[in-house]
Design a protein around this ligand. Structure first.
Ligand code: PEP
Ligand code: MG
Length: 903
């Protein structure tokens, strides 16, 4: 059977977006519901794929189908393509399934040649309009099809001509001058290409169609698709439509409008138009358009017709519409409609309003808002007006959302001092700071906490800087590789620009952009509609949402955002605080058992206080506390830093400086210790449960601190549900040894305290071996929590701290991987391990509670996967809790639909 390559508008409808593209399907739908749409037809997306499969050749027979369809349009318009009277002109426009605004090509006014130009001048008596249209055709078609840049026509020939004749705007040019410009354009084509501009309308059409196919693979379209995750294989359709003219006189015009305000969601028409102009003038900023409200005064009839149509379309599609229209001699024509792009605040307001207006159901409202929409509501952002004018200094990886302004500092202590107000010098006390580092490490945490934002030259979305910043809700741009950070010089350079300590920068953690100077920020708006939407999400979701929180402040924040428990409390973060680090260091370094015990006792007091604060904040909600996990050297000064410092002291002694011997001795001792603990692969080394086996005192102390803290809170009459979690287990024997010891301790404490504490012991599944032997592990573990950061690292064998900056980006660009597996769960690999672990774990222990606490717990696509393997909860940073609540509801709704379909 012959492939149907061409669909007349009346043969299509809105459901045919795969085949006709979004624009084609909606033009068909609008025609079918009786709206004024100029007639036309669509060449399907399959033809685009055929074109590429053919090695970039137009499929044989395509133009025959086009000729057939043109006949239909000619009949409906009572015009003829290329006719010497009443000629038909058409537009050729791209239109993929998903809108890719401005990324592909468009050609207007096809069909103009010396014969039709004359016929149109005779018919309209408006020579200026005809030549204006002609020069646009020459420019557009030459640009897209013959590789002659539009700018050569527009910025050179046209502009120079206007200057020569003293015209300020296009409207100052008369008919003869427009004719002369058309001739200059034709001459330019002749000179540059060595051929005449095509006069045969079908030839014009054919090159126009081919140019649209080609534009599917132009650089900007490829980049846009990657950004928006639009598949490359779907191809674009081509829409060919009879022209109506917005530039045929003062009773003509063209405009674009949204049926609701796309930035606030307010229910009011929003848009602009220009009289006596053609489509691209409005978007290209050639002339300044006027707000659509002005049309009401200028032409009330057309305005009413437009409002009628806009309302009709919004009701028909039950969504906010983005419309393009043209007015030709006081008659309205619709050229496009599609669901309008909107900001986060607008998406939430429109979704909630439309439920209240009875246009959509709650289920649908929940599916119309995305995680990135909510993200915008939860953080400060750069004022769009300021953003329009600003040019980024550099770009990094958007690692933790929110925007921030601050003075640059390069040292965590300086950041902390700036906040405390004890600093002198470049950084003005009381001013806000942004910590800039090559990369951060646990020593920097206090400085990160004191900063408005963190900027690093290395690392990706799961780097230390990114994870910690997200946990604290601090904006972070990571891996800005263009930055040359010279910490000791207190400066960084980008290209020729030098930014020194004390200089002000603005960073945007949502886009990864870095700006020099201060940009205006806007506060997050948590409006009423936002709360309403969240309560609907809670009604539909079946998975619980917890937060990763390490201190009472974050726990409270998590509760405010609707968390139902803590899924991960990384206890080591408590060790990094200033008053504790020396105790931990002493604990690690001493060889004297009694000193070690003293340190443990001191630490137990402060840890217990922390836990009490967290349990109180969570008020009866479960709290998963993870026992110490990182390699111990992370608590000690860095080896490289110590080498540098000792060399410096030695040099000073060598140069005769006195009184430094003691200092050198201490530093050398530390250097020796740090060196002895150095590992080639610390992430695969002495950490997690392995530490608990080698150094049992530490986790015994932590267990006491947790359970005594829980007992203290229980005695105040509150409920507590501590879940003690043992990390990085790879074999059940590790768990058996550690859990047995800790359970014995736990029983003792409960007895000592005389209160009933419903505690549990469980483990993280973050190594492939643990996942594959989950049945054995579940003999001991009462719950599983998937640590997908480590599980991804060890399944792929990619370093979570380095991979992103080094090769992962290219892997995604070259489609070696569909996406960054540290952001979205790799379903066939990591996901499969998770599924096995859940199934085998629950087979061994009925009702085994399973959750996720890696970064993926806040990623909507990963949350969808978690629903599919029946996890009980997801856990993410407090600031992502609302996003996770929405994503869990969406996942539940999708599963519901799937179950319904399967039945
Ligand atoms: C993980 O590995 O996913 C996890 C949550 O633990 P961490 O990030 O602290 O290693
Ligand atoms: Mg881990």
């Amino acid at each position: 059977m012959d492939l149907k390559r061409v669909y007349l508008f009346r043969e299509g409808n809105a459901t045919m977006k795969d085949l006709l593209g979004g624009k084609g399907a909606n033009l068909a739908e609008m025609s079918n519901i009786g709206l004024p749409v100029p007639p036309g037809f669509t060449i399907t997306t399959e033809v685009c794929n055929e074109y590429y499969a053919n090695g970039g050749k137009m499929p044989a027979g395509l133009m025959d189908s086009v000729r057939e369809a043109v006949k239909d349009v000619e009949k409906l318009m009572s015009r003829t393509l290329g006719g010497s009277t009443k000629p038909l002109l058409v537009s050729v426009r791209s239109g993929a399934k998903f809108s890719m605004p401005g990324m592909m090509d468009t050609v207007l006014n096809l069909g103009l040649n010396p014969t039709t130009v004359k016929a149109m001048v005779d018919e309209t008596g408006n020579k200026r309009f005809v030549y204006d249209s002609y020069r646009r055709l020459i420019m557009m078609l030459s640009d897209v099809a013959f590789g002659l840049s539009k700018h050569e026509f527009d910025d050179k020939i046209f502009k120079e001509y206007k200057q020569k004749v003293g015209a300020e705007s296009d409207l100052d040019l008369d008919a003869d001058q427009m004719e002369e410009i058309s001739q200059l354009f034709l001459k330019h084509v002749r000179e540059k290409t060595g051929r005449e501009f095509p006069t045969d309308p079908f030839e014009q059409m054919e090159v126009g169609i081919e140019a649209v196919f080609k534009s599917w693979n132009n650089d900007r379209a490829i980049v846009y698709r990657r950004q928006e995750r639009i598949p490359d294989e779907i191809g674009t359709a081509v829409n060919i439509q009879a022209m109506v003219f917005g530039n045929a006189g003062d009773d003509c015009g063209t405009g674009v409008a949204f049926t609701r305000d796309p930035s606030t969601g307010e229910k009011a028409i929003y848009g602009e138009y220009l009289m006596n102009a053609q489509g691209e003038d409005v978007v290209a900023g050639v002339r300044t358009p006027v707000p659509i409200s002005a049309l009401q005064k200028q032409n009330p009839q057309v305005f009413d017709a437009f409002m009628d149509t806009a309302n009709k379309l919004e009701k028909h599609y039950r969504d906010m519409q983005d419309l393009e229209f043209t007015i030709e001699h006081d008659k309205l024509f619709m050229l496009q409609c599609r669901s309008g792009k909107r900001t986060g605040p607008a998406a939430v307001k429109i979704a909630v309003d439309m439920v209240e207006e009875g246009l959509i159901k709650k289920e649908e409202a929940l599916q119309r808002v995305t995680g990135s929409h909510l993200d915008q509501l939860l953080h400060k952002r750069i004022d769009p007006a300021a953003l329009d004018k600003a040019k980024p200094l550099a770009k990094g990886i958007p690692a933790s959302p929110g925007a921030a302004v601050g003075q640059v500092v390069f040292d965590a202590d300086v950041a902390a001092e700036a906040k405390a107000g004890t600093l002198q010098g470049d950084v003005v006390i009381g001013k806000k700071v942004i910590l800039v580092r090559d990369e951060t490490n646990p020593d920097d945490v206090h400085g990160m906490l004191a900063s408005q934002a963190v900027l690093t030259a290395r690392g990706g979305k799961t780097s230390h800087a990114a994870v910690v910043a997200r946990g604290f809700g601090i904006p972070c741009v990571a891996g800005a590789e263009a930055l040359n950070v010279e910490v000791h010089e207190e400066k960084f350079t980008v290209g020729g620009t030098v930014v020194r300590q004390g200089d002000v920068i603005t960073i945007d953690g949502a886009s990864g952009a870095i700006y020099l100077g201060e940009l205006q920020l806007i506060e997050p708006e948590v409006s009423g509609a936002f709360g309403t939407l969240m309560s609907w999400a809670d009604d539909y979701r079946t998975m619980k949402v917890r937060a990763n929180a390490d201190n009472p402040r974050d726990a409270r924040q998590a509760i405010e955002f609707g968390a139902e428990g803590i899924g991960l409390c990384r206890t080591e973060h408590m060790f990094f605080e200033e008053d504790r680090l020396p105790l931990v260091q002493e604990l690690i370094l001493t060889k004297d058992e009694s000193v070690r015990q003293q340190m443990l006792d001191k630490l137990q007091v402060v840890q217990q206080q922390d836990f009490e604060g967290i349990f109180e904040a969570m008020d009866g909600k479960p709290v998963t506390v993870r026992l110490i996990d990182p390699p111990l050297h992370e608590f000690l000064p860095s080896f490289e830093e110590l080498v540098r410092e000792t060399t410096e002291i030695k040099t000073r002694i060598h140069m005769g400086q006195k009184g430094l011997e003691k200092d050198l001795e201490t530093k050398m001792k530390m250097l020796g210790e740090v060196e002895s603990m150095k590992e080639q692969n610390p992430m695969l080394g002495l950490r997690g449960v392995r530490l608990s086996i080698i150094l049992p005192g530490l986790v015994i102390m932590q267990t006491r601190a947790i359970l005594q803290g829980a007992a203290a809170v229980a005695k105040k009459g509150m409920k507590v549900f501590p879940e003690i979690m043992i990390p990085l287990v790879s074999t059940v024997n590790e768990l058996r040894v550690v859990q047995n010891a800790l359970e014995a301790e736990a029983k003792k404490i409960v007895k000592e305290q005389g209160v009933d504490i419903p505690y549990m012991f469980g483990t993280m599944i973050e190594l492939p071996r643990a996942a594959l032997t989950a049945g054995e592990i579940a003999q001991y573990a009462q719950f599983f929590s998937f640590g997908t950061n480590d599980l991804t690292q060890t399944t792929f064998g990619y370093s979570r701290d380095d991979a992103e900056g080094k090769f992962l980006q290219q892997y995604v660009e070259q489609k070696i991987l569909p996406r960054n597996p540290f952001e979205t769960i790799d379903v066939p690999g990591v996901g499969r391990l998770m599924k096995i672990a859940v199934e085998e774990g629950r087979a061994a222990r009925e009702g085994l509670k399973c959750g996720i606490c890696g970064e993926h717990g806040g990623d909507p696509e990963s949350i969808d996967f978690c629903q599919s393997i029946n996890l009980d909860y997801v856990s993410c940073s407090p600031f992502r809790v609302p996003i996770a609540r929405l994503a869990a509801a969406q996942a539940a709704l999708r599963t519901k639909v799937k179950v319904a379909v399967d039945k």
